[in-house]
Design a binder for this molecule. Structure first.
Ligand SMILES: [Zn+2]
Ligand SMILES: [Zn+2]
Length: 260
């Protein structure tokens, strides 16, 4: 912009400066909005895909709150500020004051993330750690809204988001694997164990209860012929697809017993 100071009165000059600041603020609002919308879309996609995943419970509550904070508060607030600036309804000082309102949901979000991260119920520490760092950075938006930290914020959140997505994909892959193992075991007649063929004092190592005639038992394909309650071993495989007694990978031993 060409500043011909001598040709302008004091008021006109003030107006020019305000116009310039306003334009800069509108640009930052636009960048902020684009960034918020991208994060919103990524988190909602993760939330949608992860809604049925066992190991994703803590992430879901993270995502839910994040979506409420972003979609319900931050995005409309930034949009409102942008409109106010574009139509020159308010001067930059007033807009700056409104913009500082973003600090409130952001700080609240930061406290929530911190409390969840340190709570004992949080079962997905590894995943949650990335989300925690990610949202600690997102909470910084209150500070960077009018500073030039934009690229750093984008870069850091990009790295953390990719870590989060990778963790999610690993989690999903291991869930799929556990599901396949269960399907293979429960679909095989040869692995059923009849009560008449076992010792009367034998008990299930998972629930520590003695087998009763009406119980459903299933044998794992490990060479030692380890067997358990069907329900007990089903729950066990949901945690780890290995034999509780000999620690052999069930899927691998299944392929071996198929060959022999
Ligand atoms: Zn049992
Ligand atoms: Zn075994």
């Amino acid at each position: 912009m060409d500043f011909n100071v001598s040709g302008l009165t004091y008021d006109e000059l003030q107006g020019e400066i305000h116009y310039d600041t306003r334009k800069k603020m509108i640009n930052r609002c636009m960048m902020n909005l684009a960034y918020e919308i991208i994060i919103f879309l990524i988190i909602s996609t993760l939330f949608y895909l992860g809604r049925n995943e066992d190991c994703y419970l803590s992430i879901n509550s993270f995502c839910k709150t994040s979506l409420i904070v972003k979609g319900g508060i931050v995005i409309p607030l930034v949009l409102m500020i942008m409109i106010l600036l574009s139509y020159n309804y308010l001067n930059t000082d007033q807009v700056e004051m409104i913009a500082s309102l973003i600090t409130i949901p952001s700080s609240g979000w930061f406290c929530y993330v911190a409390s969840l991260y340190f709570s004992k119920e949080n079962t997905c520490k590894t995943d949650a750690k990335h989300l925690f760092y990610l949202h600690s950075i997102l909470a910084l938006e209150a500070i960077w809204f009018f500073c030039k930290l934009f690229l750093i914020v984008i870069l850091l959140s990009g790295i953390l988001l990719s870590m989060l997505i990778r963790n999610y994909l690993n989690c999903r892959r291991s869930n799929r694997q556990k599901k396949t193992v269960k399907e293979k075991i429960f679909g095989r007649k040869s692995l059923d164990v009849s009560f008449s063929k076992i010792n009367p004092d034998e008990f299930c190592i998972i629930c520590m209860e003695v087998y009763k005639p009406q119980d459903q038992m299933i044998r794992l394909p490990c060479t030692q012929k380890h067997f358990f309650h069907s329900k007990c071993i089903g729950d066990w495989i949901s945690v780890t697809p290995k034999c509780p007694l000999c620690n052999i990978d069930i899927d691998a031993s299944m392929s071996v017993s198929n060959e022999s």
